[in-house]
Design a binder for this molecule. Structure first.
Ligand SMILES: [Zn+2]
Ligand SMILES: [Zn+2]
Length: 188
């Protein structure tokens, strides 16, 4: 019997992009497909964003230079905007990601993704909770951290300080903390 996960990879290559489509194709439950997708994701073969699945291409592994500070981006902290048309803007962390947002045409942004600081799961930047500032900093200062759950952000801030904010507030707070007088020159 052909390995279903191998088949799934081929189907994704062919354009299948949701668990529902895949479940229908194999005539198995969504749960079964989710389990396969989770394993494929853990193996680094696919990425999931906004309910869609994609083959993880080589370029996803390559270091991408931060559009703001030019540091190589670490996949765990990377903050990525995908623009209409597919162009991507990488930031090394939420700090630079929040700064970048103020400097790109916001209407052109299709997707904003990063990872939850605790679970490492991909999350939608725009619906996440942020902790801006605080006493620990894994990348750029002042730091910013992203959490899918506001409660996690609050507990994190209780321990390490910082402001618990939504995305819009976080961009303003970062600007305030950085006292940015002029636009940052970002390479797109
Ligand atoms: Zn950066
Ligand atoms: Zn950074």
């Amino acid at each position: 019997m052909v390995n279903r996960k191998e088949e799934i990879l081929k189907l994704i290559e062919e354009g299948y992009s949701t668990a529902k489509e895949l479940a229908r194709y194999f005539n198995v439950s969504l749960m079964t497909i989710y389990r396969d997708l989770r394993e494929l994701e853990e193996e680094g073969k696919i990425i999931r964003r906004h309910g869609n699945v994609e083959i993880k291409r080589e370029e996803e592994f390559k270091e991408n230079v931060c559009a703001v500070c030019k540091k190589d981006t670490d996949l765990r902290l990377a903050f990525i905007y995908i623009l209409k048309g597919g162009k991507k803007i990488h930031a090394c962390c939420a700090h630079c990601g929040l700064i970048a947002y103020r400097n790109i045409n916001q209407d052109s942004i299709e997707i904003g993704i990063t990872r939850d600081f605790i679970t490492n799961n991909p999350v939608n930047i725009f619906t996440s909770s942020f902790v801006v500032g605080g006493t620990v900093s894994p990348c750029c200062k002042p730091p910013a951290f992203v959490f899918a759950e506001r409660e996690h952000a609050e507990r994190f801030a209780k321990g390490f300080g910082g402001y618990v904010l939504d995305f819009g507030e976080a961009t303003l707070k970062m600007e305030e903390l950085m006292k940015i007088g002029q636009r940052v020159d970002i390479s797109i």
